[in-house]
Ligand binder design. Structure first.
Ligand SMILES: NC(=O)c1ccc[n+]([C@@H]2O[C@H](COP(=O)([O-])OP(=O)(O)OC[C@H]3O[C@@H](n4cnc5c(N)ncnc54)[C@H](O)[C@@H]3O)[C@@H](O)[C@H]2O)c1
Length: 353
C-alpha cells in the first residue's frame, strides 16, 4: 500500500528524533518536510532523514497541499499557535505533551479542531507501553470495582533538563509539573477511565533549584540562575465521582533514585493495582484471602514514542477517533493549572467552573 499521508515535523529537536522511527514504521505515513527556527538544526535533521523540504516558518508547511499531518515538537508555549494554524490549514495534528500549558489554549485548539474536522492527538507516549495497554484492558473488566483513590508520582533526584524550552516559563509554561507531571497524571486518569476533576489543592515551588550551590553540587552548573519555574510540585485532587488522587512530581529531590521513580497505585473496592509492574491485588471476600498476581508481560515491538505515531496515522487512515483526545488532555491540564493557581492563592481551587 502506498503511504498516502505526508507528515511535516515542526521543531526538529530531541523529541522529534524519537518520532521518526514511528513515521518510518507506519504503513500509512511518511515524513516529507521539516520546520525549525534554527536553520542549523533543520539542515542537520534534513540530511539525516533525507528530507529536502525545510522551512523556518511553519506557514510554509501549512500552505503545502501535499502535507496531511503536522507533528508539533516545539517547546510547550508554541504548541497552541502552531497546532491551530495547522488545523485551520486543514491538517491533522499530533502534538507533543503538554497539549498546551493552559486550559484556555486547549479550548481554542479544540474549537479549531472542530471547525476543521481533522484529528488532534496529544503525544502521551506512556499510554502506548504494552504494560499500560494491558493494565487498561484489565481494569476495564471491572476487577478493581469502584476506584476511589490513586497515588502517582514521577520523581527525579537530579535530572533537570537544562534547555531554555524547559526552564523559562515564557517557553515552557512551567517546570516538572508540566513537563513530567503531565505524563504520570495523564496515565493515571486514563487508567481511572478519565473521571472529571473538580478541585485541587497543590504546591509548586523551587526549594532546591533556588538553594545556593545546589546546581554545582548536582553537576548542573550550566543551569542559569534566572530559571523561573518550580522544581517540585505536589497536589491533592478531588473528582466529581468522590474519588481522590495524590500527585507528586520533581526534577530535583532528595529521593532514592538516580534515574526516575515513576509509579501509580490505584485503589478500588474490589482490588488495587500498581503501574508499571502490572501487579493486581485482590481480596476474595468469601474465603477471606488476599491474592496478588501480575499480568503477563510481553516485549513491546517499538518504543512508545514510535507507537503513538503509528497509531495516529492508522486512526486517520481508518477514520477512527483520535487515540488521545484533546478533551482528556484538557482535564489533565485543568489539574496542572489548578496546582499553580492553588500555590498562588494558598488554598484549594475549583476546576472547570
Ligand atoms: N514525550 C516525551 O517523553 C517528551 C520528551 C521530551 C520532550 N517532550 C516535549 O517535546 C517538546 C520539545 O521538547 P524537546 O526536548 O524536543 O526540545 P528541544 O529543545 O530539544 O527541541 C525543540 C526544537 O524546537 C525548535 N523550535 C523552538 N521554537 C520553535 C518554533 N516557534 N517553531 C519551530 N521550531 C521551534 C528549536 O529550535 C528546537 O530545535 C516539548 O513540548 C516537550 O515537552 C516530550
Amino acid at each position: 500500500m502506498s503511504r498516502t499521508l505526508k507528515v511535516g515535523v515542526v521543531g526538529v529537536g530531541g523529541i522529534a528524533k524519537a518520532h521518526m522511527p514511528g513515521w518510518a514504521a507506519s504503513e500509512f505515513a511518511e515524513v516529507v518536510a521539516g520546520c525549525d527556527i534554527s536553520m542549523e538544526a533543520l539542515e542537520k535533521w534534513g540530511l539525516l532523514h533525507g528530507v529536502s523540504k525545510l522551512e523556518q516558518d511553519p506557514s510554509g508547511l501549512f500552505g503545502d497541499p501535499d502535507i496531511d499531518i503536522i507533528d508539533v515538537c516545539t517547546p510547550n508555549r508554541y504548541h497552541a499557535p502552531i497546532a491551530i494554524g495547522a488545523l485551520e490549514a486543514g491538517k491533522h495534528v499530533l502534538c507533543e505533551k503538554p497539549l498546551a500549558p493552559t486550559p484556555a489554549e486547549i479550548h481554542r485548539m479544540i474549537e479549531a479542531r472542530d471547525r476543521s474536522g481533522r484529528l488532534l492527538m496529544t503525544a502521551q507516549h506512556f499510554r502506548f507501553w504494552g504494560d499500560s495497554q494491558a493494565m487498561k484492558a484489565e481494569i476495564a473488566t471491572g476487577v478493581l470495582g469502584e476506584i476511589y483513590h490513586a497515588r502517582s508520582w514521577m520523581l527525579r533526584r537530579a535530572n533537570l533538563p537544562v534547555r531554555p524550552g524547559f526552564i523559562y516559563r515564557k517557553h515552557s509554561g512551567g517546570g516538572p509539573t508540566i513537563d513530567v507531571g503531565v505524563h504520570i497524571l495523564d496515565l493515571t486518569l486514563w487508567l481511572m477511565d478519565n473521571p472529571r476533576p473538580v478541585a485541587v489543592s497543590g504546591v509548586a515551588k523551587a526549594p532546591l533549584a533556588q538553594r545556593e550551590g545546589a546546581f554545582s553540587a548536582w553537576r548542573l552548573d550550566t543551569v542559569p540562575q534566572d530559571m523561573d519555574v518550580e522544581d517540585f510540585a505536589a497536589a491533592f485532587v478531588r473528582f466529581e465521582s468522590g474519588a481522590t488522587l495524590i500527585l507528586e512530581t520533581s526534577w530535583l529531590l532528595h529521593h532514592d533514585t538516580m534515574g526516575e521513580d515513576t509509579q501509580i497505585w490505584l485503589y478500588g473496592s474490589e482490588g488495587g493495582c500498581h503501574w508499571p509492574s502490572a501487579k493486581f491485588l485482590e481480596t476474595n471476600y468469601e474465603t477471606k484471602q488476599f491474592y496478588n498476581r501480575f499480568l503477563q508481560r510481553t516485549q513491546d515491538r517499538m518504543e512508545p514514542h514510535a507507537l503513538e505515531c503509528v497509531a495516529f496515522a492508522q486512526a486517520i487512515a481508518e477514520g477512527a477517533p483520535s487515540p488521545v483526545p484533546a478533551e482528556q488532555s484538557l482535564q489533565v491540564q485543568a489539574i496542572l493549572d489548578g496546582i499553580y493557581r492553588s500555590q498562588a492563592e494558598g488554598r484549594e481551587v475549583r476546576i472547570g467552573d
